[in-house]
Design a protein around this ligand. Structure first.
Ligand SMILES: NC(=O)c1ccc[n+]([C@@H]2O[C@H](COP(=O)([O-])OP(=O)(O)OC[C@H]3O[C@@H](n4cnc5c(N)ncnc54)[C@H](O)[C@@H]3O)[C@@H](O)[C@H]2O)c1
Length: 505
């Protein structure tokens, strides 16, 4: 499939945040671009803003002055829809309302030729529903750019039920030609990124609602242990709680209120109180001048244990064993009588207490002598590790566990006894939704990995993460979490179960 010819004009309808960004991308790629907006004067203003942005790129040496001048010559703000006749592609970025978008495309169909590709930048409406208003819905696709469009490399190319494969292929090659990384996906709620990213927020909010940890601690653990660029609380403060919640509600409602996508009551209250995040001066955190940012829980110094006994293997946490050796702690391997098939790999502390990797069970089930530690993306690079203790965990066992990780150079956050802790449950749920999405035909594995790395900056794609952790790891965690929290919110999908039981065979 070939990309749209660079001489073919591209129209952008709606010249707000996204429209301006998309217009800039098409313009710099070499197309003539026509901007239209329903608000009088808005398109002209937007064109001026785009040119000002190009000027800044020239100042920074990222665009040649001659290219800026040529781009300026190709950019035109128009005052009526009929001036979009002759365009090869129209990208719509207007208000997120089905009736408004449908009417716009009905009007556009009267103006443009039958070979003009029509695209919507909707992030939450059904592409199929918008295209349903068209006489020729085969040439209609979703082109979901991320904000800011000139900087974000990912574009989800969404095929509605009536979209022709040729039109989707042409749209995909066109945005690839614009220097973007397109991923093809089907028209299901949230497409790829907004669907699979939901648990990143939901699990953090759930931990807060169940008082397992405060926002600052969850954020610190997600960043410093999980390898995520930002924690869920600080990220939603940046996005805006209203905007983030609207995406969650839309995905949840579009899935007929599937419990796996259930919104958070705590976030609802935040939105109701007007604490929308940075833009309103207060969200999960305060942003007023001089406001103190809460600190994550960080345990005080404890003595390093004199020795540690390793039983079995620690699976995805095997590097912890290496780190213990390198820290000069006497590591004894006493596997005699250890039944690897039935027993968890664990570290035994000098006082007789044990330390296990979070696996979806709770530590309280095992009495006073168990502490669990959370999953880390890379135990060597992690600067913080979360430990879970129950109300009955013996203070001595906890102190020895804290001292051990401190001796490995880590800060330690002690959190409540929730199955799957923080990173482990979050990563397991992201992996689960990714397997489920593939099984339901949303997109392919590689495209999902690409989308999650580029769309929301995850350190690894869900499938890469799953391979690294072991094929049955995520299933094991979620199966155990689900047994303990049987609402169905964390129930592993059939696709994940199949993978766990067939991949290794
Ligand atoms: N902001 C984001 O982060 C983001 C990311 C991806 C997708 N989107 C989607 O992109 C679209 C636009 O979002 P935005 O943030 O740029 O909104 P925005 O409010 O900044 O801009 C919307 C523009 O559309 C114009 N408009 C409204 N109705 C119109 C009509 N019938 N015809 C022509 N122009 C009309 C408005 O005057 C306004 O200038 C929405 O569908 C949104 O869901 C937004």
């Amino acid at each position: 499939m070939t990309a749209l010819d660079l001489n073919s004009p591209v129209a952008v309808v709606g010249s707000g945040t996204m429209g301006q960004g998309i217009a800039q991308v098409a313009l710099v790629a070499g197309h003539p671009v026509r901007l239209y907006d329903a608000a009088p004067g808005r398109a002209g203003q937007a064109a001026a803003e785009i040119v000002a942005r190009l000027d800044r790129l020239v100042e920074k040496g990222r665009l040649a002055a001659a290219d800026r001048d040529a781009a300026r010559g190709r950019l035109e703000a128009v005052g009526t829809l009929s001036e979009l006749a002759g365009c090869g592609l129209v990208v719509e970025a207007v208000l997120e309302r089905l009736d408004v978008k449908q009417q716009l495309f009905r009007d556009l169909e009267e103006v443009v030729g039958e070979d003009c590709l029509l695209a919507t930048n909707t992030s939450s409406l059904s592409v199929t529903a918008i295209g349903g208003a068209l006489r020729l819905p085969g040439r209609f696709v979703g082109l979901h750019f991320f904000n800011p469009a000139p900087l974000m490399p990912l574009v989800e190319v969404v095929s509605g039920s009536a979209t022709d494969a040729g039109a989707a292929g042409r749209a995909l090659e066109t945005v690839r030609g614009w220097g973007k990384t397109p991923v093809a996906c089907a028209d299901q709620p949230g497409f790829v990124v907004n669907r699979i990213a939901r648990p990143f927020y939901a699990e953090a909010f759930e931990l807060y609602e169940t008082r397992a940890a405060d926002p600052a601690t969850v954020d610190a653990v997600l960043r410093e242990s999980g390898g995520f660029r930002m924690g869920a609380f600080e990220l939603t403060d940046l996005i805006g709680q209203d905007v983030n919640e609207a995406v969650t509600r839309s995905v949840w409602e579009s899935f007929f209120q599937d419990v796996r996508f259930r919104p958070s009551l705590a976030q609802r209250r935040l939105v109701e109180s007007g604490r929308l995040g940075r833009k309103s001066g207060h969200g999960w955190y305060p942003y007023a001048e001089g406001a103190e940012r809460p600190e994550p829980h960080t345990a005080g110094p404890e003595e390093a244990p004199g020795h540690v006994i390793l039983l079995g293997d620690l699976g995805p946490a095997a590097d912890v064993v290496e780190l213990i050796r390198e820290a000069g702690i006497d590591l004894r391997i006493e596997d005699e009588g250890f039944a690897a098939e039935e027993e968890k790999g664990r570290l035994v502390l000098p006082g007789g207490g044990t330390l296990v990797l979070a696996d979806g069970e709770t530590v309280g089930e095992y009495g006073p002598d168990l502490v669990s530690f959370d999953l880390a993306l890379d135990y060597r690079a992690a600067t913080r590790i979360a430990l879970a203790a129950s109300p009955v965990t013996s203070p001595d066992t906890l102190a020895e566990a804290v001292g051990l990780f401190q001796a490995l150079g880590k800060k330690v956050s002690v959190v409540g006894d929730v199955p799957g802790m923080i990173v482990a449950r979050t990563v397991a749920r992201i992996i689960d939704l990714a397997f489920d999405a593939v099984a339901r035909g949303v997109a392919g594995e590689e495209d999902i990995d690409t989308a999650m790395r580029l769309g929301v900056n995850y350190p690894l794609g869900p499938f890469e993460w799953s391979r690294r952790l072991g094929d049955d790891w995520a299933y094991g965690v979620l199966d155990a979490v689900h047994e303990r929290e049987p609402s169905g919110r964390c129930a592993p999908s059939l696709a994940l179960l199949r993978h766990a039981f067939t991949a290794a065979k």
